[in-house]
Design a protein around this ligand. Structure first.
Ligand SMILES: *Cc1c(COP(=O)(O)O)cnc(C)c1O
Length: 376
């Protein structure tokens, strides 16, 4: 049996909608399907304004431009995250103030934020790891107290909630990903969500190469020109067509993923009881959108052995981020403070195969082999 780590799922109408987009004669950005996707998100989750982008990385770069991040500004962000979370701000000259993960989840330790705030701090970036919410109330209270912006890196957080609020709706700005490894996919794709109205107009301009082309297409101005910095952040309508087919099946996809997550959790609990490994903890304020299933091994050595053991059986389990404060790019710019929890997740976290079409038999096979590895 060969079990990959991920397998993109086609929910049915992707190619149908793509040909519809192609045959409509308008395949550049902001066509019919892009509008349908924007509407879907604005209606379902009450996001004030959605703009599809070519990736979550691009949406984050738009955030950095919108917040006027300049040389010397400080950004508080986790070390245990994907490069783009912080690279987007480094591109504008920001200094990243890395913060540790909390004890029970890889999310940022909200208790450690306040002491890192200085007069130069501009924003806090909240990454909802595995689609599990950060403690947003604590973050928003600090942001208000010190007049800071909050950006949610909601790349993994579609259809997940914090105290009944959809993730992506809480910070001033949020970024989602539709990369093929996420729950809802478009190959490469992303979305900027704007919850603070004052950013809407400028976001449209930045996304259209610094021009007011969006207002021109709506007939609000009679010609369009260069108004600001920007880039080409909008995706072709072909991408949006693919995405729309996925969105129509969001509930089905989520239900199946939740089932897979629970299977892993229930079956592996015995190993946790026997203190062989630890399982994810979902705080009471968060829902679980079943984006990732991870286990926590005793140490790096044991995890490396388990990865190898599973690989020999044809099972691809993969670790995740390497602490960014220790990366070859950033370590020389870093102040040297230890971030032990970030290092713990770097060394011990292991993600198990997780995709819509993973069968019960395959899952049983994976679980059986993990038991075997631990001698049970
Ligand atoms: C996937 C991911 C990204 C990047 O998304 P792209 O759409 O590939 O640019 C950024 N941040 C986090 C936390 C992610 O998981």
């Amino acid at each position: 049996m060969q079990i990959p780590f991920n397998k993109p799922y086609l929910s049915g109408k992707e190619t149908h909608y793509i040909s519809e987009a192609v045959l409509s004669g308008k395949i550049s950005g902001d066509g019919i399907f892009t509008k349908k996707c924007h509407q879907f998100f604005e209606q379902k989750y009450g996001f004030k304004k959605c703009l599809l982008t070519t990736s979550c990385t691009d949406a984050l770069e738009m955030c950095a431009i919108l917040l006027d991040i300049k040389e010397g500004d400080e950004i508080i962000a986790p070390s245990y995250t994907f490069v783009s979370t912080v690279n987007a701000f480094v591109l504008r000259g920001a200094k990243i103030i890395f913060i540790d993960s909390e004890t029970y989840t890889p999310n940022i330790d909200t208790e450690a934020i306040e002491e890192l705030i200085t007069p130069k701090t501009k924003a806090i970036i909240a990454v909802h790891y595995a689609g599990i919410a950060c403690d947003m109330d604590k973050i928003m209270i600090l942001a208000e107290k010190y007049n800071l912006y909050v950006v949610e890196d909601a790349a993994q957080a579609i259809d997940s909630f914090y105290k009944d609020k959809p993730l992506g709706s809480i910070g001033h700005l949020s970024a989602f990903s539709f990369h093929e490894t996420k729950n809802i996919i478009a190959g490469e794709g992303g979305m900027l969500v704007i919850n603070d109205e004052k950013f809407i107009k400028r976001a449209e301009i930045i996304r259209e190469k610094g021009t007011n082309r969006s207002a021109f297409f709506r007939g609000e101005v009679d010609k369009y020109g260069w108004l600001d910095i920007g880039s080409s952040f909008l995706p072709s309508d072909i991408i949006a067509a693919f995405l729309y087919a996925q969105l129509e099946n969001l509930n089905t996809i989520q239900l199946r993923r939740e089932e897979i997550w629970k299977n892993y959790y229930n079956d592996l609990q015995i190993l946790e009881q026997k203190k062989k490994l630890f399982l994810p903890i979902i705080p009471e304020y968060a829902t679980n959108n079943a984006h990732i299933f991870y286990i926590l091994c005793k140490d790096l050595e044991e995890r490396t052995q388990l990865v190898q053991f599973l690989k020999e059986k044809g099972i691809m389990a993969v670790f995740h981020y390497l602490s960014l404060h220790k990366s070859s790019f950033y370590q020389s710019k870093y102040n040297g403070k230890n971030l032990p929890q970030s290092d713990y997740y770097t060394d011990c976290l292991l993600r198990l195969p997780f995709y819509y079409e993973l069968t019960k038999e395959q899952q049983d096979f994976i679980i059986k082999n993990i038991f075997e590895f631990y001698g049970l």
